[in-house]
Design a protein around this ligand. Structure first.
Ligand code: ADP
Length: 237
């Protein structure tokens, strides 16, 4: 079933900057999609529109059956709380709160803070044992996994990430990408903007934007899964 349906999507910024030019795209539930493309090709604009942080100029953008262009302010806020989880390059954690409290703070915006549920979310990303630490006592890779736990706290159908490994060394990047694989295997839909080949190589579908339009759309055997898929088996999306 389609989770994201985009038709003739256009975003024009003031000064007549065309960031997205009549984009067409469907993302099915459960897909792990990387969005690549040169700087200025519209990747972040697309992610912001999918997160309902900005509005399209024209065209249709539907996520989980909701027409984002038609939502009022309260419905957009609700959409951001319930339908999408966001992960950024910067961690945006509160330095004087523990890891557990940082995850609970996200719950506070979504629903009721619940320490048991927050602890379970941390365990899902393999960090239950670090719940009482402060962010300054964690590595970059661990912090990014906390952010992923936080993004998933309300079980959103769509996880959006903007250069999620941009601040990580190769070993920590690998750990975060393994976590994406696990989330994908558990049925999450992932849309990840990246300029990093090793990140794009782990997705099951790779889109390339150029000048705000889709220049290529390739289903691929992901680098991580290539180890597990028997020779001759197809790895389509
Ligand atoms: P990417 O993420 O691929 O680097 P962006 O989506 O950030 O591309 O930008 C696409 C185009 O839109 C670029 O020409 C950029 O300069 C322009 N742009 C992005 N955000 C704004 C903005 N808030 N106001 C005006 N122009 C913008």
């Amino acid at each position: 079933m389609a989770l994201v349906e985009i038709e003739n999507l256009r975003k024009v910024y003031p000064g007549s900057v065309v960031a997205l030019a009549d984009l067409m795209l469907v993302v099915e539930e459960g897909e792990w999609v990387a969005i690549t493309g040169p700087s200025g090709s519209g990747k972040s604009t697309l992610l912001h529109l999918l997160a309902a942080m900005d509005r399209p100029t024209s065209g249709a953008l539907c996520v989980a059956g909701l027409d984002l262009g038609a939502l009022g302010p309260r419905e957009r806020a609700r959409y951001r709380r319930e339908t999408v989880g966001l992960v950024f390059q910067q961690y945006h954690v509160i330095p004087y709160l523990t890891v557990l409290e940082n995850v609970m703070l996200a719950q506070y915006y979504h629903s009721m803070p619940d320490a048991v549920e927050a602890q379970t979310a941390l365990e899902k990303v393999g960090l239950g044992y670090l719940a009482r630490r402060l962010p300054s006592q964690l590595s970059g890779g661990e912090l990014q996994r906390v952010c992923i736990a936080r993004a998933l706290i309300n079980h959103p159908p769509l996880l959006l990430a903007d250069e999620p490994t941009g601040n990580l060394d190769a070993a920590n990047e690998e750990i975060v990408l393994d976590l994406f694989d696990t989330l994908h295997a558990a049925g999450h839909t992932l849309v990840v903007v990246t300029h990093d080949e090793s990140v794009a190589g782990r997705a099951h579908r790779r889109l390339r934007l150029e000048h705000g339009a889709l220049a290529s759309d390739v289903r691929q055997t992901p680098a991580g899964a290539a180890r597990q898929i028997p020779a001759g088996a197809s790895a389509g999306g």
